[in-house]
Design a protein around this ligand. Structure first.
Ligand SMILES: NC(=O)c1ccc[n+]([C@@H]2O[C@H](COP(=O)([O-])OP(=O)(O)OC[C@H]3O[C@@H](n4cnc5c(N)ncnc54)[C@H](O)[C@@H]3O)[C@@H](O)[C@H]2O)c1
Length: 420
């Protein structure tokens, strides 16, 4: 296999994660340039990928205006900053590994989709679940007919209360206008995965959901808006940021809080005094839902009931009901039990893809790199890879769900798609 090269735009959590593949597999991938405004991350990229000064940029635009210098571009900037770099890279002829969501609005997603089609470049959207051994096994079981024809699915995304507090109350995805709706930011993985498992187009969507817990009305009496300003509830509060970010050294979000690589306890504490993560969880500008239900009807009549909830310890769970049996599975516990009618139940063995099961997102962060490098190299990737049209349509399910939630209506996907 020919070794590929890539450029990275946005060397934060996700950019660093995908780039690890080049460090672990230098014979397959080399990162040749990085654009990242935050200095410690830029220097980290320089050390990791042995980059010369002229291959480091403090803004994606400076890198995008140069002649094409690599096989593909990894776009891992924040949600609202996907459209412009994606279009610039498509125009230059780069294939793309594009972070999800493609963009915060259906119209922008369509613009990216059409531009890529016109230019003839390949785009893999980072729906990492498809690339995990767990979800891949489920897909294989369904395709083999292990439970006959699937008629319905109950799927749950348990976000986890601490994760929710970090990302959706205090953090980057807390406010719809500043980033995107919860269904898109968090659950576009879920609409994508159920569509992939079923292998059919979604036809109708209906959704309900709201938020009511992390609001000003629920702020305990006497609690200041910033936790370090002498909050009397620090010892008993579940969301005490000192315990969560400073004392818990295993917390992978420490660098996010201080907005730099290898942040010290002092830097994190200082960030808590002034930054978003030191705010009382009941005094933030959050407005994304803390629970949501999405009902979907697919071509052929199969139905899916999806629930996202903030109030749990985390993990995805799914029950799939087929004409010849049932599957009960927990991604959190990496367990798949197949219950064929008239036969004993059995536990399906989940294959490892190399060491990828241990990488981020249950192996998906490595899995997507393995497949994308093959795909961009014109080799046969696994069936986890889909074309951009499929990713675009799966994003539309989220936009339709948000429309349904806002308008209290059932949304016909074909009509909705025409209206975009
Ligand atoms: N696929 C997944 O499972 C998954 C998981 C988490 C986040 N995400 C998505 O990945 C994206 C990035 O998330 P993250 O957690 O890595 O965020 P992050 O904030 O850690 O990383 C984004 C980086 O972009 C950089 N940046 C800002 N302006 C820039 C510019 N002009 N040019 C170049 N870089 C610039 C920031 O400094 C930051 O380092 C988001 O869209 C997010 O929704 C996807």
């Amino acid at each position: 296999m020919k070794k590929l090269t890539a450029i990275v735009m946005g060397y934060g959590m996700r950019g660093q994660s995908y780039s690890s593949y080049a460090i672990d597999n230098p014979e397959k991938l080399e990162i040749v340039a990085v654009a990242e405004p935050e200095k410690s991350r830029r220097l980290y990229a320089q050390r990791r990928h042995n980059l010369s000064e002229d291959m480091l940029f403090d803004d994606w635009e400076k890198l995008a205006e140069l002649p094409k210098m690599a096989d593909f571009a990894i776009i891992s900037t924040q949600d609202k900053m996907h459209l412009e770099p994606a279009l610039a890279c498509i125009e230059k002829g780069y294939d793309l590994l594009l972070e999800k969501p493609m963009a915060p609005t259906a119209e922008e997603c369509k613009i990216i989709y059409e531009a890529a089609e016109k230019k003839g470049v390949k785009v893999v959207v980072c729906h990492v679940l498809r690339f995990t051994p767990f979800w891949y096994k489920l897909k294989e079981l369904l395709d083999e007919g292990a439970i006959g024809e699937v008629r319905s699915i109950i799927h749950m995304e348990n976000v986890g209360n601490m994760h929710y507090s970090h990302s959706y109350v205090r953090g980057n995805w807390r406010n719809t206008a500043e980033s995107s709706a919860m269904i898109l930011a968090k659950s576009c993985h879920d609409t994508d995965i159920v569509q992939w498992l079923l292998g059919k187009d979604c036809k109708k969507v209906q959704s309900f959901g709201s938020y009511s817990v992390f609001t000003k009305e629920n702020q305990p009496k006497g609690a200041p808006d910033r936790c370090l300003d002498g909050c009397p509830y620090m010892d008993s509060c579940l969301y005490n940021p000192v315990k969560f970010y400073v004392e818990d050294k295993e917390n992978g979000w420490r660098d996010t809080v201080a907005d730099k690589v290898d942040a010290t306890d002092e830097e994190i504490t200082e960030a808590l005094r002034t930054g978003p993560y030191g705010r009382c969880v009941y005094a933030c500008d959050n407005d994304v839902v803390d629970h949501q239900v999405v009902n979907m009807e697919f071509d052929g009549g199969a139905t899916v009931s999806f629930t996202m909830s903030a109030f749990n310890k985390g993990g995805r769970f799914i029950r799939i009901f087929g004409t010849k049996g049932e599957i009960v599975a927990s991604h959190a516990n990496s367990e798949i039990t197949v219950c064929p009618f008239g036969k004993p139940n059995y536990v399906a063995e989940i294959d490892k893809i190399g060491e990828s099961i241990t990488s981020g997102h249950g192996g998906g962060d490595t899995g997507i790199m393995v497949d994308s490098v093959k795909y961009f190299n014109n080799e046969q990737p696994s069936k986890s890879v889909c074309d951009l049209r499929t990713s675009y349509l799966n994003h539309l399910i989220c936009f339709a769900a948000e429309k349904s939630r806002a308008e209290d209506s059932v949304v016909d996907l074909d009509k909705f798609s025409e209206s975009v």
